[in-house]
Design a protein around this ligand. Structure first.
Ligand code: ADP
Ligand code: MG
Length: 245
């Protein structure tokens, strides 16, 4: 059974005078434990796809089965429960609350899920992303790469089975981006299913599979023969920057 199965999915937005068809009959399947990159031009429906898979938005029509459970027709509360239990989100712009410390940002999703030992788990999540001891810093006191790692710790706090990342390296220089990719590959090895939206081919080559969207549909879907090893690429970058000094 697929972890995610989307069938003839459509999403139409009615924001302005003209309806926008963001997804137009999209079919997509993903197994548990996969690492999939989603590519496609701006406006092709990538974020809409993540929001539907992540139970943030409801499709206009079509079916969405998550671990065999029909979610397309669930109400907002039911979708929130699923999202909290199963999904971690990571965004291009980190989306941390600026007035809150790193640790409090990581703790935010636990306010609703009420997991036991939340403070200790938040510490562990920060350590997991290499930010041990930085919990009391405000986002403004951290670099972009560090802020994104706080956001990844926040995504991990409820032990999600899926991480959905929307251009997570888009605001980072190549080295910090590579650190984030290293973290994603580690999480993937630990069994987390990952969907990563990117418009950079080099970033997508770290996934096992690349799906390309155009006009709200999947137009290509192919395996990556030899995914790049993020840690090896990072080590190479570090070595080259040391050579340059
Ligand atoms: P991508 O992430 O690939 O750039 P999106 O999924 O964000 O694409 O958007 C697909 C289309 O849907 C675009 O034309 C966009 O303008 C439109 N769209 C996305 N979100 C909304 C919204 N909340 N309201 C109205 N239109 C939207
Ligand atoms: Mg987008």
């Amino acid at each position: 059974m697929s972890l995610v199965a989307l069938r003839n999915l459509t999403k139409t937005y009615h924001a302005g005078t003209v309806p926008v068809e963001a997804l137009r009959g999209l079919d997509f399947d993903m197994e548990e434990g996969e690492f999939v990159a989603v590519m496609g031009r701006s406006g092709s429906g990538k974020t809409t796809l993540l929001n539907i898979v992540g139970c943030v938005e409801k499709p206009t029509s079509g079916r969405y089965l998550l671990a065999g459970e029909e979610v397309a027709q669930l109400n907002d509360d039911q979708r929130s429960v699923l999202r909290l239990r199963r999904i971690g989100f990571v965004f291009q712009s980190y989306n941390l609350l600026p007035g809150m410390s790193a640790i409090d940002n990581v703790l935010l999703p636990t306010v609703y899920s009420g997991i036991p030992d939340a403070p200790q788990r938040a510490q562990e999540a920060l350590a997991r992303v290499g930010l041990d001891g930085r919990g009391h810093h405000l986002p403004s006191q951290l670099s972009g790469g560090e802020q994104q790692r706080v956001a990844i710790a926040r995504a991990l706090i409820n032990s999600p089975s899926i991480i959905l990342a929307d251009e997570p390296t888009g605001n980072l220089d190549t080295r910090r981006g590579q650190e984030v990719l290293t973290l994603f590959q580690d999480l993937h090895r630990e069994g987390i299913t990952i969907v990563l939206v990117t418009h950079e081919q080099q970033v997508a080559q770290h996934a096992q599979r690349i799906v390309r969207l155009m006009d709200g549909r999947v137009v290509t879907d192919r395996r990556v023969d030899q995914p790049l090893d993020a840690a090896a690429v990072l080590a190479q970058m570090v070595a080259e920057s040391e050579d340059a000094i």
